[in-house]
Design a protein around this ligand. Structure first.
Ligand SMILES: [Zn+2]
Ligand SMILES: [Zn+2]
Length: 382
C-alpha cells in the first residue's frame, strides 16, 4: 500500500508547517514536537526523544527477527532571512529552511504513515530525525548517546535534495560522496603597545600576513584524486579598530577540506606546524582549536546496491555524475557503525542553490523520495 491522495495533501501541509516555523541547529525543540505529534497516530513500537540534543527516533518492529534499517533526516534550519515571495514563508525573522531539511523530514513522515499501516515483516525500521546537521554536531551527538545502542542499525540510508540536477533524477555512487571538513581557529597572542612605540610590544601583524597565504597554499591536488586538500581562510581580525594602539592579538579562521579522513589528519598536522613556526618566529603565543568537524561520507557498495535495486524497480533515472561533492555532510558518521549510503535527489535545474535566501524544497520530491526509501525497506525487510 502506497501513499493515498489524502496522505500527499497532509504531507505537503506538514512540510509547509515545518517551513513556516524553522529552528536552527541545537534549537529544534518545537520541530521535534511537531514530528512526534504528526507521527503519533502511526503507532510506532518505540519512540526515543532527546537523542543527541533534540533528535527523535521512531521505531517500527517486524514480527520476525531481521536487520535494523535506519533512515535519517535532519531537523535543523539555517540563520538566513528568507526572501518574502511564498505563502508559507518563514515566520521567524532571520531563520529559514534553506537546505530543504523540512522536505527530508516530511519524506520520513511519509514512511511512518506507511509503516504505521503495515509494519515490516522482519527486522525493524528506525526513522531517525537528527538534530544539528548544519553544524556537524547532530550525528555525533546521536551516535554518542547511550540509547543509540537500542537502535544501532545494520543499514543506514539518507538523501539530500540537489538543486541544479533535473527534478527527481538521482545521483548515487559507492565510495566518497561528501568531503571531510573542519573549521580551524587560530589565536595569536603578543602584547599591545602605543602606536608611536610599536617596538615595545609584540604585534601579530607579520605572522598574520604570512600565515594567510601559507595556509591557502597547503591545499592542492585534483578534486578527482584522494590526495585533494583545500584550505579556505574565512576570517581574520587583529587588534582593535583604533589608531593609537599597536595590536597584541589576532584571530584567523580557516576551513580545511579533504576527500578522506586520513588526508585530513595530515593537513591538520601541516597547518599546525605552519602556525607554530610563524608564532615562534615573532615571539607570539598561539592556540588552535577545531569546530564544525565533519568526517568524510563514504557510501558502502552493498548499501548502494540496495538503493540501485529500488531505483530500478521504481523506474527512477539515476547516474554517478557530480559526485563526490566538496561540501560536507555529517551522515558519514552513521557509516562508522553500519553499512550506509546516501543519494542525491534532483531539485530541478532552475532551483535556487542550497542556502540561497530564495530556496524552497519542491513538494513533488516528497513522493519520489519516499518511494525510493520505501522500496529499499520492503526489499530488505518485507
Ligand atoms: Zn545545509
Ligand atoms: Zn542540508
Amino acid at each position: 500500500m502506497s501513499l493515498t491522495n489524502q496522505d500527499i495533501v497532509d504531507l505537503i501541509s506538514f512540510r509547509r508547517e515545518l517551513h513556516r516555523f524553522p529552528e536552527i541547529s541545537n534549537e529544534e525543540e518545537a520541530t521535534a514536537k511537531r514530528v512526534t505529534n504528526f507521527l503519533g497516530e502511526t503507532s510506532p513500537s518505540m519512540v526515543l526523544t532527546g537523542l543527541g540534543g533534540h533528535g527523535v527516533a521512531m521505531v517500527y518492529d517486524g514480527a520476525e527477527p531481521g536487520p535494523t534499517v535506519l533512515f535519517r533526516s535532519e531537523l535543523d534550519a539555517l540563520p538566513i532571512e528568507e526572501l518574502p515571495d511564498i505563502p508559507h514563508r518563514s515566520s521567524v525573522p532571520g531563520k529559514s529552511h534553506m537546505c530543504g531539511h523540512d522536505g527530508h523530514t516530511t519524506i520520513l513522515a511519509a514512511l511512518a504513515r506507511q509503516f504505521g499501516r503495515r509494519p515490516p515483516m522482519r527486522g525493524r525500521v528506525v526513522l531517525m530525525f537528527q538534530p544539528a546537521e548544519e553544524t556537524g554536531d547532530g550525528a555525533a551527538g546521536v551516535v554518542a548517546d547511550p540509547r543509540y545502542e537500542q537502535i544501532r542499525p545494520d543499514y543506514a540510508f539518507s538523501l539530500h535534495n540537489l538543486p541544479g540536477t533535473p527534478l527527481g533524477h538521482v545521483r548515487l555512487k559507492p565510495g566518497v560522496v561528501n568531503c571531510a571538513s573542519r573549521g580551524m581557529r587560530i589565536v595569536l597572542d603578543g602584547k599591545t603597545a602605543h602606536s608611536s612605540m610599536p617596538e615595545t610590544g609584540t604585534s601579530p601583524m607579520l605572522a598574520v600576513s604570512r600565515l594567510m597565504p601559507a595556509l591557502a597554499k597547503l591545499g592542492g591536488g585534483s578534486f578527482q584524486d584522494d590526495d585533494f586538500a583545500m584550505v579556505t581562510v574565512t576570517h581574520a581580525s587583529m587588534g582593535e579598530p583604533v589608531f593609537g594602539v599597536a595590536p597584541g592579538q589576532a584571530t584567523i579562521l580557516a576551513t580545511l577540506r579533504t576527500r578522506l579522513d586520513e588526508r585530513m589528519a595530515d593537513l591538520c598536522a601541516s597547518a599546525e606546524t605552519l602556525v607554530r613556526e610563524a608564532a615562534e618566529k615573532d615571539g607570539l603565543r598561539h592556540t588552535i582549536d577545531y569546530h564544525e568537524i565533519f568526517v568524510a561520507s563514504l557510501n558502502a557498495p552493498e548499501a548502494v546496491e540496495h538503493l540501485r535495486t529500488a531505483l530500478e524497480a521504481e523506474g527512477i533515472s539515476h547516474d554517478e555524475e557530480e559526485l563526490p561533492m566538496r561540501a560536507s555532510e555529517d551522515f558519514g558518521l552513521f557509516g562508522h557503525t553500519s553499512k550506509s549510503a546516501m543519494f542525491f535527489l534532483g531539485a530541478g535545474v532552475d532551483s535556487p542553490s542550497l542556502h540561497n535566501p530564495d530556496y524552497d524544497f519542491p513538494d513533488h520530491l516528497i513522493a519520489v523520495g519516499s518511494r525510493i526509501f520505501m522500496r529499499t525497506a520492503r526489499n530488505l525487510l518485507g
